[in-house]
Design a protein around this ligand. Structure first.
Ligand code: AMP
Ligand code: MG
Length: 413
C-alpha cells in the first residue's frame, strides 16, 4: 500500500465525505408552481398524479380487420357483414350470431363481438366474410384498463417527469401538473484579469470561461440564474454580491478566489459573512473548493482554474443542485474499462483524469487518457467523454490495468 503524501493532503476532505456532507446539508427548496404538462419535462412532481380514466377507455381493436363472435367460426359458414366501426365513429348496433363488423385499429369493439380477425386472414365479399386462417378466441383486442386502471397513481411526488411520462399523463387526460419551482442560482466570477468574450484584452487579461460554461450548464439543468457577472478581486464588491445573492437566490456559485493566493478573497469574505462547512477536497483537479452557508443559502466556491471549476461543479455541485431541485441523486454512474496508456499518480487525492472510452473490436471497453491533464487544459476536457477515476490511495497505473471510468452526462456530456 503506497504511503499517502500527508504534506499536500493534510486537512482535506475525501470526495465521498464532501459529497455526503453536501447532500446531508441540503434539502429540496420550498415552493411549487402549476404548469401546462408540455412545459414540465425534467421538472419534479410536487403532488402525486392519478388517472381519471381507464386506459384504454374501452375494449378496442388492435388491428384493421373484422369483429365477430368466436362461436360462429365452428360452422365454417361465411358471416354477414352488417357495418363498420372506426376509431372515433363506433358501430352502434349489436353483432348477432352469424354477423360481423368491419373494424379499424383503435375502434371500439361492438357489443356481441368477442374476437377480431385481422383483414389479411379473411376473404371479404361485398356483404359477407369468410375466415381463412385459424383464430384464437379474444385475439386482437386491447382490453379496457389493461394499461392503467381509473384512479391508479401514475407518478409519485418527487419523481422527475420524463418525455415518456408526458405521454402517459397526456394519455390519462392530465393537462396541468404541480411541480417543485425552479431554484434560482446566483453566479459570479472573481478576478481582476477576467474579461467577457467580445471585449478586448489588455496585457495579462484572460477571458472568463468559467462563468460562460456554468451559465450553459445551469441552463441545461433547467435552472434559473441570477448572473452577477465578473467581480474584481475586491472584498467589498464580493461581499456586496454575496449579500445580494443570499437575498435573491436559492444557492450561490462563484469561481476563483478560494485558494491561498494574496488576491483570493471569496473564501475570506464568506468566512466573515457566513460559515464555511468545508474547504479543500482531496481531489485532482479541484482541491480548493469551498462549501458553506450564507444566511441559510448554500454557497459553492469553485476554484478558478477552468478544468478544476468544471470538474468540481460536476462532481459536487450537480448532485447538490439535483437534491435542491427535488430529485434523488443515486451516485456516479461508473463502468470498468481497460487502460490503454499508463497514468502517473501520487497517492493522496482522487484523480479525475479526462479520457475517451470506447468499445474495441472485441467488444471490450477501453479508455485512453486525453494527453495533457493540466487543470488549465480545456481542450482535453472538451474532447473527453469520461473521467478516469483513480482512487485516493492509488499510485500510478500501468497500461492494460482495469480502471473505473465515469461516462460524462448532462451537463458536461
Ligand atoms: P484563482 O482560483 O482565482 O486563484 O484562479 C486560479 C487560476 O484560474 C488563475 O490562473 C486565474 O486566472 C484562472 N481563472 C480564475 N477565474 C477564471 C475564469 N472565470 N475563467 C477562466 N480562468 C479563470
Ligand atoms: Mg483569482
Amino acid at each position: 500500500m503506497p504511503i499517502i503524501d500527508s504534506c499536500s493532503t493534510h486537512g482535506l476532505m475525501t470526495i465521498e465525505g464532501a459529497r455526503e456532507k453536501l447532500l446531508q446539508a441540503l434539502r429540496p427548496i420550498h415552493g411549487t408552481e402549476t404548469l401546462p404538462l408540455v412545459q414540465s419535462t425534467g421538472r419534479v412532481l410536487a403532488e402525486p398524479v392519478s388517472s381519471s380514466v381507464n386506459l384504454p377507455p374501452c375494449d378496442n381493436s388492435a388491428m384493421d380487420g373484422y369483429a365477430l363472435r368466436f362461436a360462429d367460426l365452428a360452422s365454417g359458414l361465411p358471416l354477414e357483414l352488417i357495418g363498420k366501426s372506426f376509431a372515433g365513429a363506433p358501430f352502434e348496433g349489436v353483432v348477432n350470431p352469424g354477423t360481423c363488423v368491419r373494424i379499424m385499429t383503435g375502434a371500439p369493439l361492438p357489443a356481441g363481438a368477442d374476437t377480431v380477425v385481422m383483414q389479411e386472414h379473411v376473404e371479404a365479399q361485398a356483404e359477407s366474410v369468410r375466415i381463412t386462417c385459424e383464430v384464437r378466441k379474444g385475439e386482437n383486442i386491447r382490453r379496457r384498463g389493461e394499461d392503467v386502471v381509473e384512479g391508479a397513481t401514475l407518478l409519485q411526488a418527487g419523481e422527475p417527469i420524463s418525455v415518456a411520462y408526458i405521454a402517459l399523463l397526456a394519455a390519462a387526460g392530465v393537462s396541468m401538473v404541480t411541480v417543485v419551482r425552479k431554484p434560482v442560482i446566483a453566479l459570479f466570477s472573481t478576478g481582476d484579469e477576467l474579461r467577457q468574450p467580445g471585449e478586448s484584452l489588455s496585457e495579462g487579461d484572460i477571458y472568463d470561461s468559467n462563468r460562460n460554461a456554468l451559465l450553459a450548464a445551469l441552463a441545461q439543468m433547467d435552472l434559473d440564474v441570477l448572473d452577477l457577472g465578473i467581480l474584481p478581486d475586491n472584498k467589498q464588491a464580493i461581499g456586496d454580491a454575496l449579500q445580494r445573492a443570499a437575498r435573491e437566490a436559492d444557492a450561490i456559485i462563484t469561481s476563483g478566489g478560494v485558494s491561498v493566493g494574496e488576491a483570493d478573497y471569496t473564501r475570506e469574505v464568506l468566512e466573515e459573512l457566513g460559515e464555511i462547512a468545508f474547504w479543500k477536497v482531496a481531489m485532482k483537479p479541484g482541491k480548493p473548493f469551498a462549501f458553506g452557508f450564507l444566511q441559510g443559502i448554500p454557497f459553492f466556491g469553485l476554484p478558478g482554474n477552468p478544468v478544476s471549476a468544471l470538474v468540481t461543479f460536476y462532481q459536487l455541485v450537480v448532485p447538490a443542485l439535483s437534491v435542491m431541485k427535488g430529485n434523488q441523486w443515486s451516485g456516479p454512474k461508473i463502468l470498468q474499462a481497460q487502460l490503454l496508456k499508463p497514468l502517473k499518480k501520487k497517492p493522496g487525492r482522487t484523480d479525475f483524469q479526462r479520457g475517451v472510452y470506447r468499445s474495441n473490436e472485441n467488444g471490450v471497453l477501453v479508455v485512453e487518457p486525453v494527453g495533457t491533464q493540466g487543470s488549465h487544459i480545456l481542450t482535453g476536457l472538451a474532447v473527453a467523454n469520461c473521467f478516469i477515476v483513480l482512487a485516493r490511495e492509488s499510485g500510478s497505473v500501468e497500461a492494460g490495468e482495469q480502471v473505473v471510468i465515469e461516462p460524462l452526462g448532462v451537463p458536461l456530456g
